[in-house]
Design a protein around this ligand. Structure first.
Ligand code: HEC
Length: 115
């Protein structure tokens, strides 16, 4: 729990969100005081377009970087996208379930690169 709070604070520092202190609750026991805070993250408009077709990629590929990292790549073959998704999983440890890989590769293979 404390780790989650620290993670939220660190994320706030990096993305510039606000922590609303006025709604906090404090709990003390055994010399430890915990404070709950309400954290408001900024809305991101950098999700992948495409509605339902983009569900798998929006659920799995926005944890570490924005969609821009992906959308500004050139058009790539399904094989190359497959290798890219494998690299995210193996090299960077992206927690993408096996059953989502095909939908993500299909989505990526149908992208029209942005200029
Ligand atoms: C665990 C963190 C993490 C997740 C989750 C993640 N990536 Fe990445 N991704 C990275 C890192 C780290 C880089 C390299 C950034 C750099 O080179 O500056 C990267 C870079 C990329 C690039 C740029 C080309 C390259 O190979 O450097 C693409 C495209 C990409 N990711 C696609 C994806 C896709 C698609 C997914 C979802 C399947 C995904 N990423 C999920 C960490 C992640």
């Amino acid at each position: 729990m404390i780790t989650q709070i620290f993670a939220a604070v660190a994320l706030c520092a990096s993305v510039g969100c606000s922590v609303a202190a006025e709604s906090e609750t404090t709990v003390s026991a055994a010399g430890v005081t915990l404070k709950s805070v309400s954290v408001t993250f900024p809305e991101s408009d950098r999700r992948f377009p495409g509605g339902a077709d983009a569900k798998a990629i929006n659920s799995n590929c926005l944890i570490c970087h924005s969609s821009g990292m992906v959308l500004y790549q050139p058009r790539l073959s399904p094989t190359t996208w497959g290798e890219e998704v494998a690299k995210m999983r193996k090299t960077y440890g992206a927690p993408v379930p096996d059953e989502s890989v095909a939908a993500i590769v299909d989505y990526l293979s149908g992208l029209d690169p942005q200029d």
